[in-house]
Ligand binder design. Structure first.
Ligand code: PGA
Length: 250
């Protein structure tokens, strides 16, 4: 994938009218660019409505998670089979899913396989806590997460998002990651993947990305785009970030 990917992770934000207005404004403002893919990850509930509201394939949709079994007695869940055809991508293993919903590396590995089976490209999130980094465990943590998630799949079919938990805007005491730290850690991620796979997936960066720092992140050669939470909730900021991504790729 030579293009940049900007993924807006809306998390549990917006009511439906706000979401549809956002999409209308974004579609109006965003002039499609061959080298850029713009993806919105709304709450699952809004996906069919937004899918109908979107014209053409200018903007793609992602789910923020999915459930591995295709059908069954799993109250409250939405499966890969139900999302198939509605989303191109699914964010899998976000740190908030790991932390608040007790998703394990095994759960995430299973979801990755089911997503691929449903023709949904998984965006696999990995990242360490501040404590793990301070204790020198970053490579160990990333290795465990990646080895599990990429086990017996074709890594060229997935996207990896490096999201250091300490840099996610909702983390208490959040710190912005410097391009130097991100570049060094992504090199380590590439090495970990090279040890287990002949394919290298595109790697996104996520963690307090905003219009002020996006350019410095996208200039890191190993980065293929960004996963954006808080700043993506403001459509004007999202439009500004799209313009930055278009400029940086030139
Ligand atoms: P943030 O969120 O941009 O608000 O830090 C990123 C994420 O959690 O995916």
């Amino acid at each position: 994938m030579s293009k940049n990917l900007l993924v807006a992770n809306w998390k549990m934000n917006f009511k439906l009218p706000e979401a549809t207005e956002y999409v209308a404004r974004l579609e109006e403002r965003y002039e499609q660019d061959e080298q850029l893919e713009v993806v919105l990850a709304p709450t699952t509930l809004f996906i069919p409505t937004l899918k109908s509201a979107l014209s053409g394939d200018k903007i793609q949709l992602a789910s923020q998670t999915l459930s591995a079994p295709e059908f069954g007695a799993f109250t409250g869940e939405t499966s890969c089979a139900q999302l198939a055809g509605l989303v191109e991508y699914s964010i899998i293993g976000h740190s908030e899913r790991r932390q608040y919903f007790n998703e394990t590396d095994d759960d995430i590995a299973e979801k990755v396989k089911f997503a691929l089976g449903a023709q949904i490209t998984p965006i696999i999130c990995v990242g360490e806590t501040a404590q793990q980094r301070a204790d020198g465990q970053t490579v160990e943590v990333l290795t465990k997460q990646l080895v599990s998630a990429l086990d017996s799949i074709d890594a060229s079919q997935v996207i990896v998002a490096y999201e250091p938990i300490w840099a996610i805007s909702s983390t208490p005491g959040v710190q912005q990651a410097t391009p130097g730290i991100i570049a060094a850690t992504i090199s380590e991620i590439k090495q970990i993947i090279a040890n287990i796979s002949s394919a290298q997936p595109p790697i996104l960066y996520g963690g307090s990305v905003n219009p002020d720092n996006l350019e410095s992140y996208l200039k890191i050669p190993e980065i293929s785009g960004a996963l954006i939470g808080n700043a993506s909730l403001d459509v004007e900021k999202m439009c500004a970030m799209i313009e930055i991504a278009k400029r940086v790729e030139q």
